[in-house]
Design a protein around this ligand. Structure first.
Ligand SMILES: [Zn+2]
Ligand SMILES: [Zn+2]
Length: 110
């Protein structure tokens, strides 16, 4: 009984070996720093890899490292307002940047 409410559409992809390798490549390229925070001159540890062109928009972009960027959980939420729908609004998370090393959909055991 998963608590995930996402479409199953992308689940296989996110469990694929190709994706796990690729996201590591992106993390290392970006030095585990949030690229969105970096644009504002902030250095934030991040371990979430975001698709700039969404998977559902263009599957051919799924495995292109150029289409990936490392983001922190806070920025990732901002990039995905659609994921917040249905989640009962918790406090707005302006303070998330204080939480170092937040793991969003990373798998540290891998
Ligand atoms: Zn950020
Ligand atoms: Zn994303």
């Amino acid at each position: 009984m998963s608590k995930r409410r996402y479409n199953n559409y992308n689940n296989d992809f996110y469990h694929s070996k190709e994706w796990k390798q690729l996201r590591l490549q992106a993390l290392e390229r970006d030095l585990y720093q949030c690229q969105e925070c970096l644009k504002q001159g902030k250095h934030t540890f991040a371990s979430t890899v975001h698709h700039i062109v969404p998977l559902r928009a263009d599957k051919s972009e799924a495995l292109r490292v150029d289409n990936l960027e490392t983001v922190c959980a806070s920025c990732h939420n901002l990039l995905h307002p659609e994921k917040l729908k249905g989640i009962k609004a918790k406090k707005r998370v302006n303070r998330v940047h204080k939480l170092r090393g937040v793991v969003f959909h990373a798998n540290p055991k891998n």
